[in-house]
Design a protein around this ligand. Sequence first.
Ligand code: PXG
Length: 460
Amino acid sequence: MSEMIRNYDVEALVKSDTAHHLHPFTDHKGLHGEGGSRIITRAEGVYLIDGHGERILDGMAGLWCVNVGYGRQELAEAAYRQMLELPYYNTFFKTAHPPSIELAEKVASKLPADFNRVFFANSGSEANDTNLRLVHHYWQSVGKPEKVNIISRENAYHGSTVAGASLGGMKPMHKQGGKLIPSIHHVMQPYWFKLGGDMDPAEFGLHAAKQVEEKILELGPETVGAFIGEPIQGAGGVIIPPETYWPEIQRICKQYDILLICDEVICGFGRTGTWFGLENFGIEPDLITMAKGLSSGYLPIAASGVSDRVADAVMENGGEFYHGYTYSGHPASCAVALANIEIIERERLVEKVADETGPYLAEAIKRFDDHPLVGETRTRGLIGAIELVKDKKTRARFEPDGKAGTVCRDEFFKRNAVMRACGDTMVLSPPLIISKQEIDALFDIAEESLDAAAAKLGVM
Ligand code: PXG
């Protein structure tokens, strides 16, 4: 490995980055004012290494995606072998290639029993776009083309293309988005800590689900085609819904004959201690969105899992599905995804999260429950959140929303650890290979960072 380490002129890179590179989700004026980007040059295990050789403990697995950790030679070799054998061919015109076929079969084997088919895309946003197209195609195929409305939740994240941003419930994105898709409607998210008021979590779970039913009745059930939700909302702040929520959503979707799209982009491939997040909540979807952990981020690939109900109808009555991407089922990405799933199986990473590291994280995070800045901690498997509050008793937040989170995140990063701030919720989602010692190391840094942030925010 060492002979591959390259030396970079970090100052020159920062300058060039500032001059030429537009970053996603970035306030460039703010970034440049702070001296520009930190340049990440390498990574191994759960550590990133920056241009100055500093090791940074990555509590976010990149962007919730590097499930098997960094530096996996066999994933690089899988891409290399496939690129030499067949770097590219499409699957549009009556052709297929081994990696796309093998991956479709493998993914289907991990999905619920009534899912036997997979459609490939390159990002979670694209896969959700595909799912939206499939919803419309399905209802047209079964003679109910008027079922065009889609219900989603506030603060949901389903991607950043026009369909992704429209399906998502991120207000700042909507404000910048011009005219988004008007048939997509958003209702309350099941976020007890922020919205629960005096209700207990079980009561609130039913209350939040009821908003979906009310929206269906307002629009007319005969016009509603689908409900979309993440089992646990990720970018919205790791919102783990009360146990009452999903069974009620399930009942509502069945009663009004509405398709359920389960967005597993973050929860999928072991994150919550099961192959998919839906297993935690008994969700029975019709379409499933996958990305991120499918290839652990080594190459871009995403997929829509299509249930027999949807697949049979569109294949039987739908004719051609006028949809697809040049890189749908890209051979190298499929080969890497297959090798990635093999690692998850061989190293029993899902079981490790369920039996060892998930329970350990759940205990370890409790050390913050008494911290003056912390209103609540919560985890499921290896995804977790720490809520920052001004007043522990009343759950009162800082204003404006996001200020405390940013202060806290910057304190983490200064101390060479990554945790992400979603508003004033600190979230974590480390690689699934993280050890108990590394969890302790992350939380030692978290404690120092929370203390420093509390002092800055005047909470002692
Ligand atoms: N669905 C979910 C649930 C996601 O979390 C997408 C769809 C879109 O995937 P792509 O591959 O198009 O990005 C996501 C992506 C963040 C952050 O800051 C989260 C995501 C992406 C970028 C940033 O937490 N999630």
